[in-house]
Design a protein around this ligand. Sequence first.
Ligand code: SF4
Ligand code: SF4
Length: 414
Amino acid sequence: MDRRDFLKSLLTMAALAPVSQLAAKAGADGDKSSDIPEGLQVTRRQYKNTAQTVPLLGFGCMRLPRVSPDDPKIDFPTVEKMVERAMKAGCNYFDTAYMYHGGESEKCMGRALKKYPRDSFYLTDKMPVWFAKSAADVERIFKEQLQRCQVDYFDFYLVHSLNAANWRQAKKFKVYEFLSKMKKEGKIRRLGFSFHDTPEVFKEIIHSQQWDFAQIQLNYLDWELYRSKEQYEIATQAGVPLVIMEPLRGGALASLSPDATAILKQAAPDASAASWAFRYVASLPNVLCVLSGMSLPEHLEDNIKTFSPLKPLTEPERDTLNAALLAYRKKLTVPCTACRYCMPCPVGVEIPRIFGIYNQYKVSGNKWQFNSHYNGIPEDSRADSCVNCGRCMKQCPQKIKIPDMLKQIAQEVK
Ligand code: SF4
Ligand code: SF4
């Protein structure tokens, strides 16, 4: 497979799902203050063969608007307005977690959603197993979450950020068993897990229990780079619907390099780079909901436009996105194509993943995002674990001086 074919394969996806465009239960009356045509509603997907529908656009509550860049406090009046706007557009899936905004996200969303009938929105929360010191702790955290959110039940609930280590912890404290009990008691409607590890670990977890859904990182850059494609296929074969996080890869795909942006603008002058990335993800049939962490009302408006209704990518549009991706990748510092011929490294260094994160940082300049993604790699798989054996270099078709590059990255990280 040559480079062009490889990149093209990143953009080739399975057949598109029939998309249900049922109106959301809440707020079908439109919003006169917005440039969104009145009554327009975000596309919804059906949950398996049930009558339940979920908006394809989910409101991520990890990066809520803040009072100012220097003030970590959440700007509640703005959140309240954004929630109202979202509800009117049928975007009624809200995704929070125990540690988002240091615990303030749960409280904020509980307060903002209080005025709406409980059955008019979906609230999703997550169990941070790494916080728990015992099974009793798991129970305590769950109760605290219900209180913070001012609800009696969660519509969707996940074991948060599972990887091999967190999965061991979850099993030790019988987290699945406790949450299943909560489900039987009606305090959880659908039970799933969010995930950050290899497809092998994903496969083990997804087949170990009866999950209602799973949440994975997926976008057009990570499709091959982080093996999101494999995770997507495993979940699809297991009949487990997916909620997608990081569709913009932490915002990076919303601000591509100038030449990549120019290609997209020429094809669709009014479409944002973010809208291309959302449409790529949302065109996948086993995707139930795509989360977007919206920090500004403008993000919400742009997203509503993209999803009302969602227009799946056409073949010519895939070619355009492919050309933009090629241009974008030329800017990347390490010419790694994520072919994985260099893997596995005998000491476990995650070579293509490290290069992917580093390249993203070089394009975006976003240090916070780099640290967040890099720290997600297990410590003994990071750049400084390389023992310079040279084995990987023999396999690399791009002739990258992998150990030297890893050394440079390790130094920059320090
Ligand atoms: S040189 Fe480093 S990264 Fe490459 S195989 Fe050896 S230990 Fe792994
Ligand atoms: S470092 Fe080379 S061999 Fe490894 S994934 Fe990247 S391009 Fe492929």
